[in-house]
Structure formats: C-alpha cells, structure tokens
Ligand binder design. Structure first.
Ligand code: 5GP
Ligand code: MN
Length: 337
C-alpha cells in the first residue's frame, strides 16, 4: 500500500520549499546504506529543485558507499567539526533521515536541538521522539529510502529524480532488507523498484558494488571471526562474536568491514539471536539481529539503552570489550529467544 501522507504535512513541506532554501541533511553515526542512500538521494533532488543542500554525518560511512554520486561531498563531522557545525548553524532546514532521536547524531545532538531551523524527520524506527517540526515517521516501512521515494512521488517531484538520486534510494531499500530477504513482503517495495528501474537504476551493479567488492582482508577477517571468535549458546539459540582492536589491526580493518557480518550466524538453523560486540577506541558497539519474533530492539533498550527494529538493533557501551562481553552474556541468560 502506498503511504497515505497527511495533506497538511505535504503542504507544510511545499510551503517551506517554495523559495530557495539552505538545507542540511543529517544521517546517524556510522551511517548505513539506508542513511547514506536517503540523504544523498534527497539532497540530489533538493539541488534539482533549486535549493542548496549539504549532507553531514557524525562519522564516516563504509567504503561500500563511495560509489554513490555525491558521497564524497558529504561532510564527516569527526573529520571536519567546524564545517559540520557551520552547516548546522547556518541551515534554514535540518532534515533528519533514518534516525528519530537526537542522540543518534552524537556530538551533533546539541547543535541540532539548539537550532531554530525547520526540523524535518523522515524515518522508519519505532518510538519516535518529538524534536521535529514536521515528521514523516512510518515504522511499518522497511527503509527510510522507501519513505523518501514515496514522499517525492506524493509531492509530484518524481520527474525531477535523476538516475543518480534513484540509485541512492534503491541502495537503502536493498541494504535495509538484506537484499530483500527480510522485511520485504510489502508489494509496494516492488512497485517502487519497478519505477526506480524505469529511472535507469542498474540494480545488479548496486548489488555488486555493495556485496561483491570486499577486500581480501575483509574476507579473511570474516572467516577468522566465524571460526575463532564466535561463541554459541545452544540453550539460548544465541551466538556472540567479538571483534577486538587487535584483530582489526591484524586484518587491516577499514570502516564498514564488518557491516552485515552480524547477520551471517542466522544462516545456522540453531541460531535465532546473533550478537556482534565490536571494540572501538573509546567504547564498544553492539549489533544485534534475530530471526522470528524475538525483539532485539527491546533487548537493546532494556539492557544497553540502545534501540532499532524488531530484528535489527544496536547499542553502545562505554566499557572494555571483555566487560561488555560479560554484560551481554548475563543479559542473554536473562532474556533470549
Ligand atoms: P547496526 O547493528 O546495523 O548498527 O544497527 C541496526 C539497527 O539498530 C539500525 O536500525 C540502527 O539505526 C539501530 N541502532 C544501531 N545502534 C544503535 C544505538 O546505539 N542506539 C539506537 N537507538 N539504535 C541503534
Ligand atoms: Mn534504516
């Protein structure tokens, strides 16, 4: 089913964009395919409509998304903090895509909250907080990119969508459904894909750029983690993988090298809950995936103040890898599939 947008919201957006605007689009920390695709796709369209749009991410995206047009122009706040702050402070519109609580943009949360700009939210995570002036929140949709496309169509801008923008939008639809393997039974997804193909998207090339462009180091790191760093708890149908700074050094780890890896243990019929504990220089990141009805976002929020979707969630813990492992193991003993 197409999204039945509220007329009033579409009119508000139309009114705001009726004159050329300076707009900054924000994606969440460690932006994934959906964050990168939705921000780059929407930015490209805003440019076509005569606005001046800039993309800001708190931290870098994975090399897998370098192929997307406009990716190299995005500002990474961690690398260019002053420029990123200026982009937020000088914006007339702050468009927040693929996140729904300000803490997801970490060091940019305060400037975002303090800004007087019109705040627009486009997102599909459950439990949205209400920091935005105009909110397009649809937790039943499989990706923010899908919502962005439907919004563009509802606003009557489909003809202004370039092949490049369409490609960025397709990318997030593909990555947030694991290449249309889960959350992907809504027929609307395939209507939209058909329309994106008409716009010139080369979907097989997008698949190759993201899933068949690994380095050999990444391949070997993945094999090492699966063989030597996966602990299986048969009684809880759970697997926990740990990724240490030491292993990252040994395998020449690049940002994004473990993207998607947390899904792999779910290939085993004995595993319904998969956890990746990833050591970063100053904290530890936890990624969680499940198949079936076990809600990993509840697990993430109950024990680690994190969040996400039923089958995909994350959290950050300010502790060492070994301490975080103990916490996760304890949490699994309490709550598991
Ligand atoms: P990933 O494991 O791929 O980083 O994230 C999976 C899902 O959980 C994504 O929808 C992401 O937005 C959400 N997520 C990841 N980390 C966090 C976190 O620290 N806090 C919250 N609230 N959500 C997260
Ligand atoms: Mn998403």
């Amino acid at each position: 089913m197409k999204i039945d947008f509220a007329k009033e919201d579409l009119t508000k957006l139309q009114d705001f964009l009726s004159v050329p605007r300076r707009i900054t689009l924000l994606g969440h920390v460690s932006p994934d395919g959906d964050a990168v695709g939705s921000t780059l796709g929407f930015t490209s369209l805003l440019g076509t409509l005569g606005h001046s749009a800039t993309v800001v991410y708190p931290t870098a995206y994975s090399d897998s998304f370098v192929f997307l047009p406009g990716a190299s122009e995005a500002l990474i706040a961690k690398n260019k903090p002053e420029e990123a702050l200026r982009a937020i402070r000088e914006a007339e519109g702050l468009f927040c895509l693929d996140f729904n609580e300000t803490k997801r943009v970490e060091q940019l949360a305060a400037p975002l909250e303090e800004s007087e700009a019109l705040k627009l939210l486009i997102d599909h995570h459950p439990y949205p907080s209400d920091f935005a002036d105009l909110s397009f929140s649809y937790p039943d949709r499989s990706s923010t990119c899908l919502i962005v496309y439907e919004l563009i169509r509802a606003m009557g801008w489909r003809d202004r969508l370039s092949t490049e923008a369409a490609t960025a939008i397709y990318t997030g639809m593909m990555t947030d459904t694991g290449n249309f393997a889960y959350n992907s039974e809504d027929p609307e997804i395939y209507q939209v894909i058909s329309e994106l193909l008409e716009l010139g998207v080369r979907k097989d090339a997008v698949y190759d750029a993201i899933n068949r462009s690994f380095t050999i180091d990444k391949l070997r790191l993945t094999a090492h983690l699966m063989a030597d760093k996966l602990t299986f708890f048969p009684q809880y149908k759970t697997a926990i993988i740990t990724l240490s700074m030491a292993d990252k050094g040994k395998y020449n780890y690049q940002t994004g090298d473990v993207e998607g890896l947390v899904n792999d243990p779910l290939a085993a019929k004995e595993i319904e809950f998969s956890i990746l504990i990833h050591e970063m220089p100053k904290y530890t990141k936890i990624s969680m995936r499940s198949k079936g009805s076990f809600a990993v976002n509840d697990f993430a929020s109950k024990f680690f103040n994190g969040g996400g979707h039923t089958n995909a969630a994350g959290a950050e813990v300010c502790d060492t890898l070994s301490n975080t492992y103990k916490l996760v193991e304890t949490a699994v003993r309490i709550l598991h599939p």
